[in-house]
Design a protein around this ligand. Structure first.
Ligand SMILES: [Zn+2]
Length: 319
């Protein structure tokens, strides 16, 4: 009976207006290295987005189903360097710190914790002593509860923090809860660069372990309204500016499709007790989302998280 219900409402999962406007070759719609025809030796790599502004991509280790990149933003000014997000372990963050030292004599002064997840923070010990970390109160709490603890030199960001660093204006923004619940973005108004960290996973299935699904959609709408030139993701490839900008609404559309399909399954009473026992994944109509990087591992987690949001089980926003 449940299966019949599921099949009859297929249209809901197929409604994908933004994606439909931007058809592209299947090979481009992937966040993992092998599907893109790239090799591990191609990484780490850095792309200059504007003078002194770089997106640095290194491979995230140990992903079943293909390796993908973790992206850090590096802003070099005449008065020091700001980095948004580290890499996933000390060796890889050290490699990035060394890359920065080869690129500029300026010291790293700030590290923005745009995502507090371990694949962006577990290497933070490699940053030089004396850097100041910027994070939301929610991310400070998350880091304090994790193995490495919260960094010693820490400034909390509530709402917005503007840094004027060597003539470069850097806005550190809380655009709303998204992937972690402590999400920050980094906006360079003059260079028109917006680093969205894990709020934007470029052709990577919306991972929701600690997400706030509906708030995440609202956060992305705010980002789209900012009309930057560069929209930089936290995972997935840093393609050219036009591609990343075009793919952002397609990503939000994917997020909305996951939420809508999970909500439909919830209303139909299809169970999803846990990530290991989620009948709703097999029963769902996921369309092309099944081909997105990390679908198999992340779909049950996402469905369970949407169920939790519907059931009022997610924590309200704390100050
Ligand atoms: Zn991550």
């Amino acid at each position: 009976m449940k299966r019949t219900l599921v099949t009859c409402t297929l249209a809901l999962a197929l409604a994908a207006p933004a994606a439909a406007q931007a058809p592209r070759a299947p090979v481009a719609r992937a966040g993992d290295v092998a599907t893109r025809g790239l090799a591990e030796r191609d990484f780490p790599r850095a792309r200059q987005l504007a003078p002194g502004v770089y997106a640095y991509e290194a491979l995230r280790g140990a992903d079943p189903g293909g390796k993908m990149t973790t992206v850090s933003l590096i802003v070099v000014t005449n008065d020091g360097v700001l980095v948004a997000d580290g890499q996933g372990n000390v060796a890889q963050t050290k490699e990035m710190v060394d890359w920065i030292a080869r690129t500029t004599p300026q010291p790293i002064r700030y590290v923005v914790v745009a995502s507090d997840h371990g694949d962006h923070t577990a290497g933070n010990a490699a940053f030089p002593a004396g850097v100041t970390f910027l994070a939301t109160p929610a991310s400070v709490r998350a880091m304090a509860a994790a193995a490495g603890g919260a960094p010693a030199r820490l400034d909390t960001v509530v709402g917005k923090r503007t840094l004027a660093l060597g003539g470069t204006t850097i806005d550190v923004l809380d655009l709303g809860r998204a992937h972690t619940g402590g999400d920050l973005s980094v906006h360079l108004p003059r260079e028109r660069v917006l680093f969205l960290s894990e709020a934007y996973l470029h052709w990577v299935f919306p991972a929701m372990r600690s997400a706030y699904p509906r708030e995440w959609v609202a956060t992305l709408k705010k980002a789209e309204a900012m009309d930057a030139t560069w929209y930089v993701p936290g995972h997935g490839f840093v393609d050219d500016a036009a591609t990343l900008k075009r793919d952002l609404p397609a990503y939000r559309d994917a997020l909305e499709r996951v939420i809508a399909e999970a909500a439909r399954l919830h209303a139909a009473g299809v169970p999803c007790a846990s990530r290991d026992a989620c009948e709703a994944v097999a029963a769902g109509n996921w369309g092309d989302l099944k081909e997105w990087t990390l679908f198999a591992g992340q779909a049950p987690i996402a469905v369970r998280r949407v169920y939790d949001e519907i059931e009022g089980k997610l924590p309200p926003r704390a100050p």
